[in-house]
Ligand binder design. Structure first.
Ligand SMILES: N[C@@H](CCC(=O)N[C@@H](CS)C(=O)NCC(=O)O)C(=O)O
Length: 209
């Protein structure tokens, strides 16, 4: 197996954190997004969506999408499950993971990609051109503020995204909070519960992945 990765990007970091938590090591190949290597003919054959992470199997098949990759790895390496240990927990992890990706990762992307010079005509990742819409950048910033507030309220009563169980949803939330700095947003000083959780995840070795 080979993991197509880019060290500075948030979605590949979700897979790298997952692998460290589970003690999995896979050969990685860097696709330099700053040099637009994801649009090369060679990489398009691996992932026509022109995105990382992508996991290439020994069969030659390629798996795109963070959750598809991590769920595949979870089945291959079931020790220390990160998608839940029973049906109820699996549903809760799925729910929280999806929620924080949609309202977090996509909101930061909306804010960042609709305002940065480097993403002119690339407001949505992938092979198609999309013009920037400044109003979406504004809305994205508002969504990040609401994300911070919603997470702070959640962590007032919960150690992790799903009770006291560290899961894939925490990995998604952690990389999303860090990604928010790309849109010049950091955890507000009065959000002590969110900060407590962030410090706790930052102390795990996987946070350096
Ligand atoms: N939904 C995809 C998102 C992957 C994604 O957006 N990857 C970004 C890096 S964080 C990318 O490859 N962007 C390429 C580009 O911006 O052209 C997943 O879950 O893996």
């Amino acid at each position: 197996m080979k993991l197509y990765d880019y060290k500075l990007a948030p979605n590949p970091q979700r897979v790298r954190m997952f692998m460290v938590e589970k003690g999995i090591s896979i050969e990685t190949i860097q696709v330099d997004l700053m040099k637009t290597e994801q649009f090369s003919d060679a990489f398009k054959k691996i992932n026509p969506l022109c995105e990382v992470p992508t996991l290439q199997l020994d069969s030659g098949n390629c798996i795109a999408q963070v959750n598809a990759i991590c769920r595949y790895l979870e089945e291959l390496f079931p020790e220390n499950p990160l998608y839940g240990r029973n049906p109820e927990e699996r549903a809760l992890v799925e729910s929280q993971n999806h929620w924080v990706h949609i309202n977090g990762g996509l909101a930061v992307g909306e804010a960042f990609r609709n305002s940065s010079h480097n993403f002119k005509n690339r407001a949505v990742s992938g092979p198609h051109d999309y013009a920037q819409i400044p109003e979406l950048a504004e809305r994205g910033l508002l969504r990040i503020d609401n994300l911070f507030a919603d997470l702070d309220a959640h962590f007032a009563n919960s150690q992790f995204m799903v009770g006291d169980y560290f899961s894939m949803a925490d990995i998604t939330a952690y990389t999303t909070i860090n990604f928010a700095s790309w849109a010049k947003k950091t955890v507000p000083k009065n959000h002590s519960h969110l900060q407590r959780w962030h410090d706790q995840v930052a102390s795990r070795p996987s946070s350096k992945a």
